[in-house]
Ligand binder design. Structure first.
Ligand code: CTP
Ligand code: CA
Length: 225
C-alpha cells in the first residue's frame, strides 16, 4: 500500500535504500557477486514509501520486481552504487540492504577471456570495493541522522553483527543468520535481530514484507519521535 504523496509519518523525509547484489565484471560475460535476490531491500523501500517517505532506491541487478512509488537508480558495480548513493545525499536516513561485492577485478577485460585449451587458468587481480555503509557513517557534519546496515552471517551472528556495527560506525545493524539450513537466503521469510546502541532485539521469523514494515515503523519512530 502506498500512501498519497505528502501523507504518512515519513512525509517530507528523504531516505536512501541500497538493495540487491552488485556485479563486478571479469569480462563481458562473467562477473563475481554476492548472493542476493533483493527481496529484503525492496520490501524495506516499499514500506518506507508506504509511510510517506521520498525514497531513493539504488539497486544492483536483483531478481524481484522494482517497488512502486520510489525513485529508482539501477547500477551494476559497487563503485556505481557508491556514486549513486553519494549523489542522492543529503538524506534523513540511509538503509544499506545491498549485498555489495567486497572486491572488483582490476584486470577485467573488454573482450571475452577464452579457455586456452590446455587447462591453463586465467589470473585475476582484485582490489577492495568502497565500503558505502562505512563511508556514509563517517561522513562528518553532512552525515544522515540515521544510518542502518545489514549483516548476513552464518556463524556467531550476534557477535559478528555487534562488532560490525561498531566497526562501520552505523547506528543500527539488522542481523540475520543465512546458514543454508535456515532457508532464508532466496526465501520469502527472514528472522532478524535489530542491534542498536541500546542492545539487541530479536524479532520473530516473518515474511520479508513484514520485516520491512516493522523496520520502516522503527525508522519513522526514530526520525519523528
Ligand atoms: N556494505 C557496503 N559496502 C560494501 C560492503 C558492505 O555498503 N563494500 C554494507 C552492506 O550493505 C551491509 C553492511 O555493509 O549493510 C555489512 O555488509 P557485510 O558484507 O556483512 O560486511 P563486510 O564489512 O563486507 O564484512 P564481511 O567480511 O563479513 O563480508
Ligand atoms: Ca561483505
Amino acid at each position: 500500500m502506498t500512501a498519497a504523496l505528502g501523507d504518512g509519518p515519513l512525509a517530507g523525509k528523504h531516505v536512501i535504500v541500497t538493495s540487491g547484489p552488485t556485479h563486478e565484471p571479469i569480462d563481458p560475460v562473467r562477473y563475481i557477486a554476492n548472493r542476493s535476490s533483493g527481496a529484503q531491500g525492496t520490501a524495506v523501500a516499499r514500506a518506507l514509501a508506504g509511510l510517506g517517505a521520498r525514497v531513493s532506491f539504488v539497486t544492483g541487478p536483483a531478481q524481484v520486481p522494482l517497488p512502486d512509488g520510489v525513485e529508482v537508480t539501477q547500477v551494476e558495480t559497487a563503485r556505481e552504487m557508491r556514486d549513486a548513493v553519494m549523489s542522492a545525499l543529503p538524506a534523513d536516513a540511509v538503509i544499506c540492504a545491498a549485498a555489495v561485492a567486497d572486491w572488483h577485478v582490476i584486470n577485467a577485460t573488454q573482450t571475452k577471456i577464452k579457455k586456452d585449451g590446455q587447462g591453463r587458468l586465467p589470473h585475476l587481480d582484485f582490489a577492495e570495493n568502497p565500503d558505502i555503509l562505512a563511508e556514509i557513517s563517517a561522513s562528518g557534519p553532512a552525515r544522515p541522522p540515521l544510518v542502518v546496515g545489514f549483516a548476513a552471517e552464518t556463524d556467531d551472528v550476534l557477535a559478528h553483527a555487534t562488532a560490525k556495527r561498531l566497526r562501520k560506525g552505523c547506528d543500527w545493524i539488522v542481523a540475520n543468520d543465512v546458514s543454508p539450513a535456515t532457508g532464508i537466503m532466496g526465501g520469502t521469510e527472514n528472522a532478524v535481530t535489530l542491534i542498536t546502541a541500546d542492545g539487541a532485539e530479536t524479532w520473530p521469523r516473518l515474511p520479508k514484507a513484514e520485516v520491512g514494515e516493522r523496520l520502516a515503523a522503527r525508522i519513522a519512530q526514530a526520525l519523528t519521535g
